[in-house]
Design a protein around this ligand. Structure first.
Ligand SMILES: Cc1cc2nc3c(=O)[nH]c(=O)nc-3n(C[C@H](O)[C@H](O)[C@H](O)COP(=O)(O)OP(=O)(O)OC[C@H]3O[C@@H](n4cnc5c(N)ncnc54)[C@H](O)[C@@H]3O)c2cc1C
Length: 353
């Protein structure tokens, strides 16, 4: 009898498996490649919402968990994951500069928004109104993390690479059974794949498609992230990620010409050098109507749990939410009300299927 089965090995699933390992719990992870959000993600962690210059929800608390979490993974997996890199917000006007300074004056934001105006010294970037610098930012190489973590579990035979068959799950009061595996609890972390989960599909997860390009731009020579109408994220070797789009209708992981054109058009408003597009990816962000994660226990089955709904901020939220879920299961500690799926229990009992 195992302690846990974890379904889905994106940022959510990995964060939960890590909680389990660090607490000496036995588990097996089951995952496929049907969702790509964590693999294609830009991987940025940034506590500030750069459209409105406000602090993201619980950003400080999340960062405090996230940084040591990824550092621990770097040591354990012996790979580089956390690339500390400043984020420069390109100003479009003097008004925006003033809004930035007003925001930087606020107590909650003062440690994240630099009050020094960063003049543009890169001839390949058009930025007549300069930049504001966000502090405490960086990029997690999520693709490397996912691959290395799956390999790490595989070596210990703790990973089943398959699509979870919900029909094969037997639930009893004390435990669950999946094929030949018995476990005390099961945690579902399937990202947008939750739509196929008969136990949790009542939750209002919408999904927002995002697409990213990788460009090669040898003349750009930029080492910082630039945020204008799109992000430019340096990867090294003259490669940069450019993104991302937000689309609410199309729920496929297939890259589109429309998104590519949109990204290139935005890029060309402030990038003046030549470049070549070398890659194009897409994924569905697990976004929720009220923009808060979906964490907690099933309304009827006491040994079924969900860890989902990280939207466009999985890098920072995942370690924080996974820790809360684990504490809730193990020590019966309450989950933050804003994340707890009990806010949607009414929907469960009103569902029609
Ligand atoms: C273009 C783009 C850019 C982004 N940029 C950033 C960024 O810069 N910073 C940031 O913090 N966030 C970013 N995000 C958001 C971030 O990627 C998500 O918040 C996060 O990856 C969600 O992780 P997850 O584990 O919940 O879901 P997922 O990454 O979708 O992982 C779920 C896993 O479960 C598997 N699965 C699903 N159903 C089943 C099943 N039935 N059986 C077995 N396995 C199953 C899937 O295949 C997948 O492996 C971005 C997203 C996109 C699309």
């Amino acid at each position: 009898m195992l302690d846990y089965i974890v379904v889905g090995l994106g940022l959510a699933g990995i964060s939960f498996c890590e909680r389990l390992e660090r607490n000496n719990k036995s588990f097996v992870a089951v995952s496929d490649n049907s969702q790509t959000s964590s693999i294609v993600a830009g991987g940025l962690y940034n506590p500030v919402i750069l459209k409105r210059f406000t602090l993201a929800w619980k950003a400080q608390e999340q960062l405090e968990k996230a940084i040591p979490f990824y550092q621990g993974l770097e040591e354990k997996l012996k790979i580089k994951l956390d690339f500390k890199v400043p984020v420069l917000r390109r100003f479009a006007s003097v008004e925006e500069q003033n809004l930035w300074y007003e925001a930087a004056d606020q107590k909650v934001l003062s440690s994240f928004l630099s009050t020094r105006l960063v003049q543009n010294e890169n001839p390949m970037v058009d930025a007549p109104f300069s930049f504001g610098e966000v502090l405490g930012t960086g990029r997690i190489d999520t693709a490397t993390l996912l691959k290395s973590y799956a390999n790490y579990l595989m070596e210990q035979q703790l990973f089943l690479e398959e699509t979870f068959d919900y029909n094969a799950l037997k639930i009893s009061k004390e435990h669950v059974e999946y094929k030949s595996i018995e476990a005390r609890q099961i945690v579902f972390a399937e990202g947008f794949g939750i739509k196929h989960n008969p136990y949790f599909k009542y939750l209002p997860l919408n999904g927002t498609k995002g697409e990213l390009l990788t460009i090669k731009a040898p003349a750009l020579l930029e080492s910082r992230v630039i945020k204008s109408s799109v992000f430019i994220i340096p990867l090294g070797d003259d490669l940069y990620r450019v993104g991302a789009t937000y689309k609410w209708q199309d729920k496929s992981n297939i890259p589109t010409q429309e998104a590519k054109s949109e990204l290139l058009q935005k890029l060309d408003t402030f990038l003046t050098c030549n470049y070549e597009v070398v890659n194009h990816v897409a994924g569905i962000r697990p976004t929720v109507a009220d923009r808060r994660p979906l964490v907690g226990r099933h309304p009827e089955h006491g040994n079924l749990y969900v860890l989902n709904g990280f939207g466009s901020r999985g890098v920072m939220i995942a370690p924080f939410a996974a820790e809360q879920l684990f504490a809730a299961i193990k020590q019966k500690e309450p989950i933050s009300e804003e994340m707890d799926i009990s806010r949607f229990t009414k929907k469960y009992f009103e569902r029609s299927d």
